[in-house]
Design a protein around this ligand. Structure first.
Ligand code: NDP
Ligand code: PYC
Length: 336
């Protein structure tokens, strides 16, 4: 394997690894798609580095790689998807057409996914809705690795929150981040690289501030933005855990018994149709949004996801370069 690999070749390789591990063709394809998208868009913490965690979770019997998620769309604005223990990308993929249709009918609709293993970035999901002209918010718990502000022990999750807004002539406006100060994947990448964490990211097992990634993994990460982030992390536990009848982050950790596997819980995705509001008020929300984006850019700021879209364009053109360690990892997994 050379140090640069094209996106189609990487996709075929990763899909093959998951098929060999026993995933159904649909789960292998959808799981590989989000991992390859992470690598393509230079989001290393949710790229090929995630493959081994997924395979460990399959081996441990904590995810059902052959399950077929069931969509119960009813005729209202809530689309229920029972993932039946599958990986989340498969559940999202099967529920997406109903979510899109319901959003166009009602102006707003929600997809509630239960019983999935969610290891991935959320931007592929909200971006899929923005590609269909819809705005979207997605969120899910994780497992207990974050202390509430003012506390000192892991309780909440790194609970990602993503948002996308469609644009006519540009890639969508998308943000997607952990509501902890950094994703746990970032801490693990620091540990692997032997580099210290920035101050303020984590506390050790005794609740003392630490910059040692290993001590942080044994202790707790901190929410972003102090008490404000802590409340948002908790809101995600409530909406995407408690409300939909699925596991909160502490319950997800109890279920797994370890953070070495990918977390099992639920997710919600809320979609909005700007056209619905445009008809009601006789205005053009997409055009008005452009005025705001232009004003942001005029100050020299960048929009979230601009870095990612630039990385994507480069990767599609030139392929992605992999380090020797990454190439060895893929070769080893492909040979299993
Ligand atoms: P980052 O801090 O790397 O990035 C957060 C967002 O902010 C991105 O949309 C990024 O855009 C944007 N951004 C960064 N810098 C700037 C800037 N200077 N100006 C404007 N926008 C900026 O994210 P995290 O490390 O917190 O999270 C990484 C990933 O981890 C997410 O995709 C998240 O979904 C995933 N995750 C998944 C979990 C799960 O349980 N499934 C749990 C926790 C996290 P850009 O990409 O262009 O830089
Ligand atoms: O990076 O925090 C994280 C994470 C947890 C589960 C998936 N990603």
């Amino acid at each position: 394997m050379t140090d640069t690999i094209s996106i189609p070749d990487l996709d075929a390789l990763v899909t093959g690894i998951f098929e060999t591990a026993g995933l159904s063709a649909h789960q292998a394809r959808t799981v590989a798609a989000v991992i390859v998208a992470g690598e393509r868009d230079a989001c290393k913490s949710h790229g090929i580095y995630r493959i081994e965690g997924c395979l460990r979770t399959v081996k441990a019997g904590k995810v059902d790689g052959r399950a077929v998620p069931q969509v119960d769309a009813g005729d209202g604005p809530v689309v229920h998807v029972d993932a039946a223990g599958a990986f989340a990308p498969a559940a999202f993929d099967l529920g997406l057409p109903a979510l899109e249709a319901r959003t166009r009918t009602h102006g707003v609709a929600v997809m509630a996914i239960n019983g999935c293993t969610h290891f991935s970035a959320l931007w592929p999901e909200v971006e899929a809705l923005a590609d269909r002209g819809l705005a979207a918010l997605a969120m899910c718990p994780s497992y207990a690795t974050v202390a509430p502000t003012g506390g000192n022990r892991a309780l909440l999750g790194t609970n990602p929150l993503a948002f996308a807004w469609p644009r006519r002539d540009e890639p969508p406006y998308v943000f997607d981040f952990a509501t902890s100060v950094a994703a746990r994947g970032e801490i693990e990448l620091h540990r692997q690289a032997g580099t210290p964490l920035p101050e303020g990211w984590a506390v050790d097992a005794e609740g003392r501030p630490t910059t040692d990634p290993a001590a942080a993994l044994d202790g707790a990460m901190l929410p972003f933005g102090g008490h404000k982030g802590s409340a948002i992390v908790t809101m995600i536990e409530l909406l995407a855990g408690v409300m939909i009848g699925d596991l909160t982050s502490p319950e997800a950790l109890d279920y797994l018994g370890t953070t070495a596997l990918s977390p099992h819980h639920g997710e919600i995705v809320i979609a909005f149709d700007p056209e619905h509001f445009a008809r009601k008020r006789g205005h053009d929300p997409l055009q008005r949004a452009e005025i705001l984006f232009e004003a942001i850019l005029d100050q020299g700021a960048r929009l979230p996801s601009q870095r990612r879209f630039a990385a994507r364009a480069r990767s599609l053109r030139e392929g992605v370069s992999l380090s020797a360690a990454e190439r060895a990892l893929l070769a080893r997994l492909a040979a299993q």
